[in-house]
Write a protein that binds this ligand. Structure first.
Ligand SMILES: Nc1ncnc2c1ncn2[C@@H]1O[C@H](COP(=O)(O)OP(=O)(O)OP(=O)(O)O)[C@@H](O)[C@H]1O
Ligand SMILES: [Mg+2]
Length: 512
């Protein structure tokens, strides 16, 4: 009798308690306190947003939750019970799945094989197709729209791959599913699909944790939000009607930012870049463009419109079929990125992991990689002192959060890695700067700093072309906006004539 009463009491307690609780979680790395005494709760069946500036500790918290990192101190409770995760398998077994930006799928294998990896229903070593199809038609049907279990992962878009990761989590019976910046590489259609899935997960009683730098997403899908700053939890809001954009920004950066774009008009000089009839992969017709000294040209288009391909052609990273390029009235035959750099044109790539940073090298080496030759005093010896000064000044100027210039770049937060790439090109003697999604994964405070850096570079007479999927950003920062659609250049709109409606009307497919 007593026993069953205690049991009922326990059940009631479990019901009353939050589903997931962080208690005084602390994590330090040499020279860095990544998380300091972080406590908050996540309710069952809710979507809990995590926001904060670059390096605030968001990803570190998820890594602790997933068992990838072990906390220096503090505890995690799930359903009222203390959990001790030593690896990701421990966490998965306890119903926790974390979905990172770099997805963990094997591109050469099929959807079915990836989904069932680790716990395949196999018949004598082979995948049990019938079983798989049952799953695909049954519990995972809501995820696998237009995806057949036989397709290879490499045939899928990033958005579709994310669905497979969610499917993997569900097959592991995950009750807590955490996302680290899931929408940063998705098209707007894919974002809508992800929202739909997250709502369904929530309705099924899952708890979702959601990290993003895009503030509007917090209001679109979160029921609660916790703000981090410098490794500390600043505040949790459980009632979204009690907060707005400005309050959150204020909590994040500890000050208010009036106008994130801080645009200032500039006079434009002579033509610095002149491109005539450029044609190659990703474009469906030849394209010509001129950019003046001091001009910032924004490229907008839907994902797949050909913007990145255009930059790569210009930069010599893709082979062009035809076209001539002039920089400062001199014809330059750019057949490779190193030639581009020699001619004074640099690119900050979209995919920083693959094309940008060298993760196993230090901040110093990553920044100096292109400026190094300028510091060459006697032709062969490097001027280390000058190099160090240069790196340290960039760490300060861009507020790169790192314990020192010698930290491995792979250990920095995503946003701080991005700053390292920018620093590399800011130190370079260039005339034309190409930037592909320069503020992706970067927090509001730093975005503002990056825009100001762009204006400074333009003031110095550089021509800047930047590609962005963030329409308000393009409208806020560019002097002129070029809209691309399906590999074609559709329109060039001056800043003063541009609005969301006008730009979108050019960017959307005609039959939509
Ligand atoms: N393995 C590691 N070794 C050393 N320092 C680390 C390691 N992982 C994280 N850090 C440091 O911990 C701090 C918090 O990083 P974290 O990646 O959690 O930030 P974040 O909030 O996710 O930022 P972002 O928005 O830029 O992704 C940063 O200063 C980072 O450099
Ligand atoms: Mg992060």
């Amino acid at each position: 009798m007593l026993q069953s009463f205690m049991y009922i009491q326990q059940e009631i307690n479990a019901f009353m308690k939050p589903y997931l609780e962080f208690k005084s979680v602390r994590k330090t790395f040499p020279g860095v306190v990544a998380l300091n005494d972080v406590s908050f709760q996540v309710a069952e069946g809710s979507v809990h947003g995590l926001i904060g500036e670059n390096g605030a500790g968001k990803s570190t918290l998820l890594k602790i939750l997933s068992g990838a990192y072990y906390p220096t101190s503090g505890e995690i409770f799930i359903d009222g019970k203390i959990k001790d995760f030593h690896n990701t398998k421990d966490a998965l077994d306890a119903g926790v799945a974390v979905i990172y930006q770099e997805l963990n799928l094997i591109p050469e294998m099929t959807v079915a094989e990836n989904l069932l990896l680790g716990h395949m229903p196999t018949k004598s070593g082979f995948l049990d197709r019938k079983e798989m199809n049952k799953i695909a038609e049954g519990e995972l049907k809501f995820l696998l729209e237009n995806i057949s279990p036989d397709m290879k992962i490499k045939e899928l878009s990033i958005g579709q791959r994310q669905m497979i990761e969610i499917g993997k989590a569900l097959l592991h019976n995950a009750r807590i599913i955490a996302f680290d910046e899931p929408t940063s590489s998705l098209s707007s259609r894919e974002i809508k699909q992800l929202y739909k899935i997250i709502k369904e997960l929530k309705d099924k009683g899952h708890s979702v944790i959601y990290i993003t730098h895009r503030m509007e997403e917090i209001f679109d899908i979160c029921d609660e939000v916790t703000v981090f700053r410098d490794g500390e939890k600043i505040e949790t809001f459980s009632d979204m009607t009690a907060v707005d954009h400005d309050i959150l920004v204020n909590k994040m950066v500890g000050r208010s930012i009036e106008d994130i774009y801080s645009y200032r008009p500039r006079t434009h000089g002579e033509v610095v870049l002149d491109v005539k009839d450029l044609m190659g992969t990703g474009l469906s017709e030849p394209f010509s463009l001129t950019v003046r000294k001091g001009e910032i040209v924004g490229f907008f288009g839907l994902v797949g419109a050909g913007r990145t391909e255009f930059l790569k052609l210009l930069y010599g990273a893709e082979k062009k079929v035809s076209g001539t390029t002039f920089i400062n009235n001199k014809e330059v035959n750019i057949l490779s990125p190193s030639k581009a750099i020699k001619e004074g044109m640099a690119l900050c790539p979209e995919d920083r992991k693959d094309e940008g940073i060298i993760a196993v090298r230090s901040v110093d080496e990553n920044i100096s990689i292109s400026v190094r030759r300028h510091f060459n005093k006697f032709g062969i010896f490097l001027d280390r002192k000058k190099e160090t000064e240069n790196t340290n000044s960039f760490i300060k100027k861009l507020d790169i959060k790192t314990p020192s210039k010698d930290q491995m770049v792979g250990n920095l937060s995503g946003g701080n890695q991005q700053k390292v790439i920018l620093a590399r090109w800011l130190g370079e003697n260039i005339n034309v700067l190409l930037m592909d999604e320069p503020t992706r994964g970067i927090d509001v405070g730093t975005k503002n700093e990056i825009y100001k850096l762009m204006y400074n570079l333009a003031d110095e007479g550089k021509g800047i072309i930047f590609v962005s999927s963030d329409l308000p950003e393009v409208l806020g920062v560019a002097d002129r906006i070029i809209v691309m659609r399906e590999g074609k250049f559709v329109e060039s709109v001056d800043r003063d004539d541009a609005s969301q409606e006008i730009i979108l009307s050019h960017a959307l497919p005609i039959n939509n």
